[in-house]
Design a protein around this ligand. Structure first.
Ligand SMILES: [Zn+2]
Length: 739
């Protein structure tokens, strides 16, 4: 076995997708639940104070607090801070309902506000001609009327996307005619007219169409006229915050789960019904879970756990913390730049809480471009302050959601330069948050980066994996090696230069080394997959996972998925963590699901498989006899000979361990697999271009084809060849997760 890791990799900690993604989830880090509490439960920490220096994921902080820790959080984004407070201490559902009722009952001229806002979205049902509310209107960028509407008629049940009517278009134009007034009102709540930054606020407001802007300002201008209890007011603000997000143009259509990063209007987008979004918010917030003690610094929280929030930057807090609070561990979701969310947060803070709330966060309005060098510089500043306030050897558990190579380089380099020693990285797929562990240490003495360090690390990693990997995987392996060799950053270089150099180093390291094969249709190194040109004879990662899953199920019938992850991840830690897609592909091939429990199929129990293989050998012998070949069996390979000359070698498998079968394959080889393994074999070929290429030279047939051949009345040597050439193996199961 290759020894690619010098570091002791920790296993990936499995979690589960939250039942509902919750409010503003498109801007919050997509993290699995249960991960931080599992990590904490494995630590022996000195005390129970944790620090989240990023304050990016309210859910992460809440989960840690619910595990009995006191979490000090710095959050300078007023929206994130509000979300955290609302989740920590959620008003009961009744307060949300009452808040909405109070709002709806406000008089607007002769009508109630609820009716007025609903009427903004009136449209005519195409089928029954009744007047109903549209759920949303669809727009093309730059046009002044919507082209379609989406509704669900409560009268006749007609629903879906319908072309916009003339009436719909007139309606939109009528609202737009008074837009200037509402726009300037919306704007004045955020920033004063004399402020030199006003142009940025104006630009941000451009991402609101006239109708939602009118609806939002109409609501916001009436908040102050309501006399509400603090709790009900908080409930109302939470609903309005959701409406503020629903009202902008950053809703690409069609799109399942958009995660906008840039403030830019898509070519086609959805205009949500703001009133309906207020109504929907009730159930979205009401599911926030049990309350957690929550205080603003310098007030203290009980020892049993809770959240202490510091509204500001770590820099200002560092000195006080060092004196008073022994931080036992650092946790956090490492922030990636999100210009859209940050700008909108400043805007919404103004709308909800007025200009004063925007002031400390105004810089977010001003900045329009965030690149990775900016990100590294900002992260570095945070890590520097952290290192200053923490004792030596304090662990930090960082999650890097939506990992991509540049983000990772930026985060690891920033931490490295501030003296955080990389202890472990666990990476599953690019769709899962990466789990990184650092420890505070002395700042490293930097060495000049050396290409051969990268090449060795990538080569060793790919050999250990035994199959090609995504660029993200080998990039991570390379970064780890550079960190271990103290080569991530030269102290005299700025971050932009450092990141550029790192990218160039990776590019030349991969392109100049013939041991690597790039499986890609694109030129860029980060596309497609990378493998080693002469794959080692070891089993591939997917083969090893197949063996491990089946062995586990033999010993643990009726296991649930999470138990299998708990068994597999420690055995395949770090960058070898199998994807859920691979585990499911194996499960679907070998096992059946009963409720949440997995059990080997009857035909895949070891004894049944042995019997079936025997039958297949008997079958091959019979067919051979009909074709006048002599058969002999040696170690699961049945050979046909004609006058002493080898004609065919049937390698009969019960598994989809194709690499093993290919090891001794030659021009005569036919690989025979059970039909139940065909989809897994196809899956493996799809994720492994090297395997796909090698398999092309050989015939792959299923047991059942051989059975059907025995039924053919006139079987000749020629028709036999034709038949086995026609057996389709690419029988994918459709809904399988690819990676
Ligand atoms: Zn209708």
């Amino acid at each position: 076995m290759y020894t690619y890791p010098k570091m002791e990799y920790k296993p990936y900690i499995p979690g589960f997708k939250p039942v509902d993604s919750g409010p503003l989830s498109r801007f919050l880090p997509p993290l699995e639940e249960g991960v931080i509490s599992a990590w904490l439960s494995h630590q022996t920490l000195a005390g129970n104070w944790l620090l989240d220096p990023f304050g990016f994921s309210p859910r992460l902080v809440l989960e840690a607090a619910r595990s009995g820790y006191r979490v000090l959080v710095t959050a300078n984004n007023p929206v994130t801070r509000f979300l955290l407070e609302t989740f920590a201490n959620p008003p009961p559902e009744s307060e949300f309902i009452a808040a909405l009722a109070d709002l709806g009952a406000i008089k607007k001229g002769e009508e109630r506000l609820a009716g007025h806002l609903q009427s903004l979205y009136f449209t005519t049902c195409e089928k029954c001609n009744q007047q109903i509310q549209a759920h949303s209107f669809l727009w093309r960028k730059g046009e002044d009327t919507p082209y379609a509407r989406i509704y669900e008629c409560p009268h006749c049940g007609d629903s879906g996307e319908r072309a916009a009517t003339e009436e719909d278009k007139e309606h939109a134009k009528r609202i737009a005619s008074t837009d200037a007034l509402h726009r300037s009102r919306a704007f004045e709540r955020v920033i004063s007219l004399k402020d030199e930054d006003r142009i940025y606020a104006e630009e941000a407001i451009q991402h609101y169409l006239p109708r939602p802007l009118y609806a939002l300002t109409t609501v916001i201008n009436r908040i102050d006229s309501l006399t509400l209890s603090p709790e009900r007011k908080r409930a109302l603000m939470a609903l309005i915050l959701l409406a503020c997000d629903a009202g902008n143009t950053l809703w690409a259509h069609p799109s399942e789960r958009p995660r906008p990063k840039q403030l830019s209007t898509p070519n086609q987008f959805r205009e949500h019904n703001v009133w309906m979004m207020l109504e929907r918010g009730v159930s979205l917030f009401a599911a926030s879970g049990s309350p957690v003690p929550f205080e603003a610094w310098p007030k203290r929280i009980p020892e049993s756990g809770g959240i202490c929030i510091y509204e500001g930057r770590l820099k200002e807090l560092a000195h006080e913390v060092k004196k008073e609070i022994p931080i036992a561990a650092v946790i956090g979701s490492v922030p990636r730049p999100n210009q859209a969310f940050w700008t909108l947060s400043a805007l919404w803070a103004g709308w909800l809480w007025g200009k004063d709330a925007v002031e400390p966060y105004k810089v977010a309005l001003r900045r329009r471009r965030y690149d990775w060098a900016w990100s590294a510089t900002a992260l570095h500043a945070i890590f520097e302050h952290l290192n200053g306030l923490l004792a030596d050897g304090v662990p930090m558990f960082g999650l890097i959601p939506e990992p991509e190579p540049a983000f990772l380089t930026s985060a690891l380099t920033a931490a490295y330069a501030a003296g955080f020693k990389l202890e472990s990285i666990a990476l599953r797929t690019e769709h899962d948050a990466m789990q990184v562990i650092w420890k505070t240490a002395q700042k490293p003495k930097s060495e000049i980066a050396d290409k051969s360090v990268l090449q060795k690390a990538v080569f060793d990693y790919l050999c250990a994996r035994g199959e090609p990997a995504s660029y993200l995987h080998i990039h991570t392996a390379g970064l780890i090696a550079l960190a271990e060799a103290n080569m991530l950053k030269q102290p005299e270089l700025e971050f932009d230069e450092t990141l550029r150099k790192a990218q160039a180093l990776f590019s030349s390291a991969l392109k100049d080394d013939e041991r690597f094969t790039h499986y890609s249709t694109g030129e860029n190194i980060d596309t497609g997959m990378w493998g080693v040109t002469s794959p080692p004879q070891d089993e591939s990662l997917s083969d090893l996972i197949e063996i491990a899953v089946v062995t586990y199920l033999q010993k643990n019938p009726n296991a649930i998925f999470l138990e299998m992850e708990d068994d597999l991840y420690p055995r395949f830690p770090g960058l070898l963590t199998p994807s859920k897609g691979l585990i499911y592909a194996v499960l679907n091939s070998y096992a059946e699901k009963n409720g949440a429990n997995w059990k080997l199929r009857d035909e895949d129990v070891a004894s049944a498989r042995r019997e079936e293989m025997k039958a297949v050998f008997a079958l091959l012998e019979k067919i051979g006899k009909r074709l006048n070949y002599e058969s002999s069996i040696n170690d699961k390979v049945l050979t046909w000979k004609d006058n002493g000359q080898t004609v065919k070698k049937f390698n009969v498998l019960a598994s989809a361990l194709l690499n093993r079968a290919l090891e001794h394959a030659d021009g005569h080889t036919v690989i025979v697999i059970p039909g139940g393994r065909a989809a897994l074999a196809a899956y493996k070929q799809e994720r492994d271009p090297s395997l796909r290429a090698r398999l092309k030279k050989y015939k792959l047939v299923k047991y059942r084809l051989l059975r059907s051949l025995l039924e053919v009345p006139i079987l000749t040597r020629e028709t036999f060849e034709e038949q086995i050439a026609s057996d389709p193996v690419e029988e994918s199961k459709g809904q399988m997760m690819m990676f």
